[in-house]
Ligand binder design. Structure first.
Ligand code: DSN
Length: 421
């Protein structure tokens, strides 16, 4: 701690102690939340630079503040790298995070009251895809599709029927709990027939797309939205990518429509992450994330866990714990005590409430960043199984034993960006 953050320690020991404690937690636990990751030390450094100090409302070459000689270059670098990694015509790297990025799409292409369509949140979608409690579901008229009860897969015929009936202004594809490949070409065909603007929210899979481990939406959709901090392994931020014809509308929606000055230190971190994503090692990383998820799915299925859709094609698994007789929230909290960090999650057609659902969501981006391989996944599944059984019998001692084993194993796999324990 002293060596890593000496100024912080001197100025604010209380906060410095909390940062050190978080470093310890991230180091000694097995982080299985599919939307989380570890950024590299380089990304971490870039986000902690004096770029923080600068206001830059506007875009490179067209700012409302002077002194942009360097910032313009930083933003242009991030944009050009994103264009190269994703093959996009136009990129905006200024959205503060995923929800503002999605809101900018509404601002660019729809009017309040318009019909918009997305996957229902409890089926695996996202709040900002028109779900009722979000502004996107109250300022717009959200219609929602789901997955089939028998397969857990998107029914593209049902999506088409709904789109042709409702003729939504926007159709969102993508989500937060979809363990299977998204057929962007099928969505594109539907959007064309319905006369809708098609938006792919690839926040979860952006790193897999960048690394060639999931098909790219870029050739098929009007707009791509993504966060930069999940599988892409960048800082907390977001990007919008679109065809040239939409560039003006998208940029205008982000600034001045929705936001003020961009977070230049974040833009720098995004640029570094995109440089890393362009390396051959990132391709290997993306494929390893998927290989680990498939191996973990197999190992959990062998232990009679019920996986929505029967497995995974990407980085995440959605586990329905109904058969285990354990609510998702109780399981997630017990797993946390065992050093296995997951989140409780609804499963499709969940009879329970979103704040107390039937499932947990598990992902492999973080453990892959620490160098775990498919050979480690039977052990991970065994820990999950033991922790779930211990939770059923309230066996705190058994949870403590798993935690110690996890901690010992993690010590052998240092995490990017964290001090060696
Ligand atoms: N919070 C993100 C996730 O965990 O999937 C989605 O916004």
């Amino acid at each position: 701690m002293t060596a890593r953050h000496p100024a912080l320690l001197a100025a604010d020991p209380q906060l410095a102690t909390l940062v050190a404690a978080e470093e310890g937690l991230q180091s000694e636990t097995l982080r299985l939340i599919p939307s989380e990751n570890y950024v590299s030390a380089a990304v971490l450094e870039a986000t902690g630079t004096v770029l923080q100090n600068k206001y830059s409302e506007g875009y490179p070459g067209r700012r409302y503040y002077e002194g942009q000689q360097i910032i313009d270059q930083v933003e242009t670098l991030a944009v050009e790298r994103a264009r190269a990694v994703f093959g996009a015509d136009h990129v905006n790297v200024q959205p503060y995070s995923g929800s503002p990025a999605n809101l900018a799409v509404y601002l660019a292409f729809a009017q309040p009251g318009d019909t918009v369509m997305g996957m229902a949140l409890p089926m695996g979608g996202h709040l900002t895809h028109g779900w009722g409690v979000s502004a996107t579901g109250s300022w717009f008229r959200g219609v929602q599709y789901g997955v089939r009860a028998d397969t857990g897969l998107i029914d593209y015929d049902e999506v088409r029927d709904l789109a042709l009936k409702e003729r939504p202004k926007l159709i969102f594809c993508g989500g937060t709990a979809l363990p299977r490949t998204i057929d962007f070409a099928a969505f594109s065909q539907i959007a064309r027939e319905a006369g809708s603007v098609l938006v792919a929210d690839i926040a979860h899979i952006a790193g897999l797309v960048a690394g060639g481990a999931h098909p790219s939406p870029v050739p098929h959709v009007d707009v791509v939205t993504t966060t930069t901090h999940k599988t892409l392994r960048g800082p907390r931020g977001a990007m919008l990518m679109c065809r040239q014809e939409h560039a003006k509308a998208v940029d205008k929606a982000v600034f001045p429509g929705l936001q003020g000055g961009p977070h230049n230190h974040t833009t720098a971190g995004i640029a570094v992450a995109l440089h890393e994503a362009a390396q051959p090692s990132f391709r290997s990383y993306a494929h390893a994330v998927v290989a680990n998820a498939k191996a973990l799915a197999e190992a959990l299925l062998e232990r009679d866990f019920d996986l929505v859709s029967g497995g995974t094609d990407n980085h995440l698994l959605l586990v329905d714990l109904t058969a285990q007789g354990l609510p998702g929230k109780v399981a997630a909290k017990a797993l946390d005590r065992a050093g296995l960090v997951v989140n409780y999650n609804t499963v499709p057609f969940d009879p329970r409430r979103p704040f107390d659902p039937s499932g947990i969501r598990i992902g492999t981006p973080s453990l892959t960043s620490r160098g775990l391989t498919p050979g480690h996944m039977p052990q991970v599944a065994e820990w999950i199984d033991r922790a779930v059984r211990a939770a059923r019998t309230a066996d705190e001692q058994a949870l403590g034993i798993v935690r110690a084993e996890v901690r010992a194993q993690m010590a052998a796999h240092p995490a990017p960006g964290l001090p060696l324990s």
